[in-house]
Design a protein around this ligand. Structure first.
Ligand SMILES: *[C@@H]1O[C@H](CO)[C@@H](O)[C@H](O)[C@H]1NC(C)=O
Ligand SMILES: *[C@@H]1O[C@H](CO)[C@@H](O)[C@H](O)[C@H]1NC(C)=O
Ligand SMILES: *[C@@H]1O[C@H](CO)[C@@H](O)[C@H](O)[C@H]1NC(C)=O
Ligand SMILES: *[C@@H]1O[C@H](CO)[C@@H](O)[C@H](O)[C@H]1NC(C)=O
Ligand SMILES: *[C@@H]1O[C@H](CO)[C@@H](O)[C@H](O)[C@H]1NC(C)=O
Ligand SMILES: *[C@@H]1O[C@H](CO)[C@@H](O)[C@H](O)[C@H]1NC(C)=O
Ligand SMILES: *[C@@H]1O[C@H](CO)[C@@H](O)[C@H](O)[C@H]1NC(C)=O
Ligand SMILES: *[C@@H]1O[C@H](CO)[C@@H](O)[C@H](O)[C@H]1NC(C)=O
Ligand SMILES: *[C@@H]1O[C@H](CO)[C@@H](O)[C@H](O)[C@H]1NC(C)=O
Length: 330
């Protein structure tokens, strides 16, 4: 009878096993949906795919930094990748100075928890994808010293947490898109050494946290009066553009300025009598290669930190400045 018992035993066991399997499934379903809704496993897989997509776009990697980007280790341990330890979502992508050649895939916009991208000093080419606008936690975008072309993507306007936008030394063309006026938290905006044209937007005056305004490019038009509202500026450099008109007097109200340069433009008018009084922190003052007239403001010499002065030839030296120069020669 042992045989039939075994059959009976199996018959009993099967519904039991089935019940066990059902139990497992009903238990894992709420767990799974919990991880899905908090974006962990699911988002993490999205991040892994996006990183692999980036790797695929990198055609040269002479230092083999992407050798570690393989499935034998979790992507959070790949070189240049920093994750949030609990969510396993990518927070920082840092692959600067590795002589990488490649382009940026649209899927970079899937790394939605990124707070910092630093791909500075490589040879990335192609355009910055519009999908970058999906990175709404991004605080630093550092793509300087590459070969990126195209225009500044308008969709960067959604990255309103951005504090650093560093695109200097690339091949970017076009004007500064008006959409960027939403980036009110920017401390650093480095976009020089590109081929940017158009006017300097007045809304830049809204970027009250900006430390530096350094825009030697191909900008045209006049210097907007609104820039005088940039009361955290230490560097005011609009040198080497095609700017005309006068320097708005509001600029001399920015007492934090250390470096002032408007050299190599077509600006005219007289330099103010009192920049040295209103700009007590001034260290360098460059205004050469313009069409200024009048005298060099003597008050500049009252600025105790001043190191470098340069003026256009058409400006005559003020009486007190001449005295000092004479004293120096004697
Ligand atoms: C994967 O990366 C690890 C860490 O860099 C490395 O030791 C290993 O050789 C790599 N495996 C493959 C198959 O490339
Ligand atoms: C750029 O990267 C190269 C290669 O790693 C390095 O030698 C060089 O010092 C870097 N330059 C800057 C300015 O970081
Ligand atoms: C990532 O982004 C790309 C392009 O933006 C999209 O087509 C794709 O479905 C995304 N992939 C995943 C796995 O989320
Ligand atoms: C470069 O990017 C990093 C983000 O990884 C940021 O912290 C840093 O301030 C940036 N530096 C410059 C000079 O833009
Ligand atoms: C631009 O950014 C928005 C907001 O993050 C996003 O919804 C949209 O998909 C982005 N556009 C493209 C083309 O990726
Ligand atoms: C920014 O500045 C412009 C012009 O200078 C002004 O019209 C606009 O209201 C300002 N926007 C914000 C958000 O402050
Ligand atoms: C400079 O600042 C003073 C004091 O805040 C203000 O009264 C004046 O209107 C400002 N001048 C310009 C030209 O913005
Ligand atoms: C500002 O001036 C100092 C000299 O006082 C100089 O070392 C520094 O490079 C200047 N910065 C810029 C951005 O011009
Ligand atoms: C220098 O500053 C002193 C006091 O701060 C002032 O009396 C003097 O007129 C100033 N000199 C010039 C040339 O501006």
């Amino acid at each position: 009878m042992g045989h039939s018992r075994t059959i009976l035993g199996r018959l009993i066991l099967f519904p039991f096993l089935h019940g066990f399997i059902l139990l497992c499934m009903s238990m894992s379903t709420p767990l799974e949906s919990a991880t899905l809704s908090s974006g962990n496993t699911f988002g993490s897989e999205t991040d892994r795919l996006a990183l692999l997509d980036l790797k695929k776009r990198i055609t040269r990697d002479p230092f083999h930094v992407l050798g570690s980007w393989n499935d034998s280790i979790h992507f959070c341990n790949w070189v240049g990748v920093t994750c949030n330890p609990s969510t396993k979502r990518v927070l920082i992508l840092k692959l600067n100075s590795h002589k990488l050649v490649g382009s940026l895939p649209p899927s970079i916009g899937n790394l939605t928890h990124l707070t910092g991208i630093n791909l500075r000093n490589n040879s990335f080419h192609g355009e910055i994808p519009q999908e970058i606008g999906r990175l709404q936690s991004l605080q630093a975008l550092n793509l300087s010293q590459n070969s990126l072309g195209g225009k500044i993507p308008t969709n960067i306007s959604h990255c309103t947490q951005l504090r650093v936008l560093n695109l200097y030394s690339n091949h970017i063309i076009g004007s500064i898109p008006n959409q960027l006026s939403s980036l009110l938290n920017l401390n650093i905006l480095w976009i020089d050494i590109n081929s940017l044209t158009g006017a300097i937007p007045a809304w830049l005056g809204n970027f009250s946290s900006l430390h530096e305004l350094f825009l030697p490019e191909h900008f045209q038009g006049s210097i907007p009066n609104e820039l005088g509202r940039l009361t955290s500026l230490e560097v005011f450099s609009l040198a080497a553009n095609n700017l005309y008109g006068i320097i708005p007097s509001s600029i001399y109200n920015i007492s934090s300025i250390k470096n002032f340069s408007v050299a190599a433009n077509q600006l005219h008018g007289e330099l103010p009598r009192n920049p040295g009084i209103n700009l007590p922190n001034l260290e360098t003052f460059h205004c050469g290669d313009n069409k200024f007239t009048g005298t060099v403001p003597a008050s500049l010499l009252n600025s105790s930190r001043i190191q470098i002065l340069d003026f256009p030839l058409m400006v005559s030296l003020g009486h007190s400045l001449l005295k000092i120069l004479e004293a120096c020669e004697a």
